[in-house]
Design a protein around this ligand. Sequence first.
Ligand SMILES: C[S@@+](CC[C@H](N)C(=O)[O-])C[C@H]1O[C@@H](n2cnc3c(N)ncnc32)[C@H](O)[C@@H]1O
Length: 167
Amino acid sequence: MTPEFGRLLYLLAATRKARQIVEFGTSFGISTIHLAAALRDNGGGKLITTEYEASKAERARKNLDAAGLLDLVEIRVGNALETLRTGIDDPIDLVLLDGPKDLYLPLLRLLESRLAPGALIAADNAKDIEGPMAGYLAYVREPRNGYLSVHLPVDHGNELSLRLTRG
Ligand SMILES: C[S@@+](CC[C@H](N)C(=O)[O-])C[C@H]1O[C@@H](n2cnc3c(N)ncnc32)[C@H](O)[C@@H]1O
């Protein structure tokens, strides 16, 4: 993740005045730190992030602790399709999708009913309109699905989508 993308994540969460954020793909917690820093400056909230590899999740926990942000973050270890299925009570203001691309569309559909109107969804590595991203990009770019979506040439290419309706 580039510093520029980190600043973009902070900017999105701050502008949205996000209180509830969901992240797919914690790794060592660098993006998580940027998002949680915005939550702190927004006055608090909760970030649910999920990571498949327990050793990475542990590194992320230590990094978040060192950054003084661990109290805002819940790290769920396991497959996101399972860990994000339940236990998200408040409407979601912002989603970061940053893992295997073939999971982006199933995860968006899984979270969709819990998105707040005006929620933002940032999908990393969204440069290629063919391959594993094709289904996701086609979905968020189809106005009938209730999103307004734009490609941003930041980091590895990002698709930023705005949830227009509750679906
Ligand atoms: C690109 S990295 C995330 C980088 C992180 N967001 C950052 O910018 O600091 C993608 C992560 O997704 C994790 N991952 C892969 N498949 C997953 C799954 N099914 N559920 C949860 N995490 C998964 C990988 O282990 C990897 O750490």
